[in-house]
Design a protein around this ligand. Structure first.
Ligand code: ZN
Length: 427
């Protein structure tokens, strides 16, 4: 247990550096690190790690090194620019428990700029909020990892165990960035991922599948439309059928202990669509892309079978599609759900750290999304705790993170590190 004096010294050190932490977060938010464009933000992270004396490993995610591993998801985009950055602090005489601090650098596209109050990659502070794409999900958390190390040093200490800081790509589409870190052999006694969890801990998360449905039609002149088969309109029928599958899976929530109280755990989202070539031609093609969640104990193979059966069944109801069945391909997430188990010690320490800062008990939420925690937990057998600040409008416009919450979460992270890793006085 930390003494009250040490606790106060550590949390005061977070306060003393908090303006710098906000400024550094804003600097990171200026990089539009959407998928394929993360490299400059990763250079920035590597530089920040070097300045803190971490030894930096900046490496390209190599599909050939991970495609055979459990947890791999098919990639539909180029990895020519998919750089991971890992900074390692090595304790001189390690005696505590080691820790991985993991965050993802990739952010989702900003959407129509005219729906943002101010530009997404020009961060600003207003009241208690720091605005910008990726502010919540999850650059504030990534910088909090660095700020936590700064606070420990500012208070006159150094961690008594190794700490590995990971800034990974691909969290928003496959998780292959985190998988590449695991394949490289990075391990620790626990993992902390400061995703924007609203000051809560997530021990259980759903799996996620991405798939693409390609629908064919019969093109004719629009003046003879009844002679053709409209691929775009047929696609809507298939989407309706998938809504039915979503409803069936939600109806099974009572079979899943952690989700029985969740109003709508399984969410199906048609996130992209394209189709047709000409306004006066009945469209010969349409493809749409879907994200759907699965329960932790639902296998990917079984989920795929049900998805494909749903599409096949719906296609049978259409004269043209009966003979030209839609094609389903998987082009992203094949993420299993994950349940953190046998982690009473790190969870207890985090709960104590949280209580010391917030004055309230640590709440837990069952996540209806996925995170990179699954790689550490399922395939690396390392307990992975997901805990982070209050954020709003992640993946939406005017994304923002609460500075009050970020300050407190950073303090809780520092106290967690102090107790999990141990501290030694500098010098
Ligand atoms: Zn995230």
């Amino acid at each position: 247990m930390l003494t009250p004096d040490l606790r106060a010294a550590l949390t005061d050190a977070v306060d003393a550096g908090f303006d710098a932490q906000i400024a550094l977060t804003a600097d990171l938010l200026r990089f539009p690190s959407t998928r394929g464009n993360e490299a400059t933000a990763q250079d920035f992270m590597a530089d920040q790690m070097r300045r803190r004396g971490l030894s930096v490993d900046r490496f390209l995610v190599d599909l050939d090194e991970i495609r055979h591993l459990p947890g791999f998801s098919p990639a539909a985009v180029s990895y020519d620019n998919a750089w991971n950055v890992v900074g390692t602090y090595r304790a001189a005489g390690p005696r505590g428990r080691s820790l991985i601090l993991n965050g993802h650098i990739d952010v989702v596209p900003a959407g129509p700029l005219d729906m943002w109050t101010t530009p997404p990659f020009e961060p600003r502070v207003a009241g208690d909020w720091l605005y910008g794409r990726g502010g919540g999900d999850m650059k504030a958390g990534q910088v909090a990892c660095l700020a936590a190390l700064d606070a420990i040093e500012r208070a006159g200490f150094k961690p008594a165990a190794d700490i590995i800081v990971q800034s990974v790509v691909e969290e928003e589409c496959t998780g292959n960035g985190a998988l590449a870190c695991l394949a490289k052999g990075y391990r620790a006694d626990a993992v902390l991922i400061p995703e924007p969890l609203h000051d809560c801990l997530t021990r259980v998360q759903l799996g996620v599948l991405w798939f693409k449905v390609a629908v064919r039609g019969l093109p004719v002149h629009a003046s003879d439309a009844t002679e053709g088969a409209n691929a775009i309109e047929a696609a809507y029928e298939l989407m309706r059928a998938l809504r039915g599958l979503e409803a069936r899976w939600n109806a099974r929530k009572c079979d899943h202990a952690h989700y029985e109280n969740s109003a709508h755990p399984i969410n199906m989202n048609v996130g992209r669509i394209e189709g047709g070539d000409w306004v006066s031609s009945v469209p010969a093609w349409c493809s749409f892309e879907v994200r759907i969640a699965i329960y932790p104990d639902q296998t990917i193979a079984e989920a795929k079978r049900e998805i494909e059966e749903t599409i096949r069944e719906a296609a049978r109801g259409t004269a043209f599609l009966r003979n030209t069945p839609p094609e389903v391909t998987y082009h992203g997430f094949e993420a299993e759900g994950y349940l953190l188990q046998d982690a009473e010690v790190p969870v207890g320490i985090l709960a104590g750290a949280h209580r010391a800062v917030f004055g309230t008990d640590l709440q837990e939420v069952a996540s209806t999304a996925t995170t990179d925690a699954r790689f550490f937990g399922l395939y690396g057998k390392m307990p992975a705790l997901v805990y982070g600040p209050v954020a709003d409008s992640t993946h939406g416009f005017d994304e923002r993170v609460s500075l009050t919450s970020l300050n407190k979460v950073t303090k809780a992270m520092v106290l967690f590190i102090a107790e999990w890793c141990g501290l030694d006085p500098i010098g």
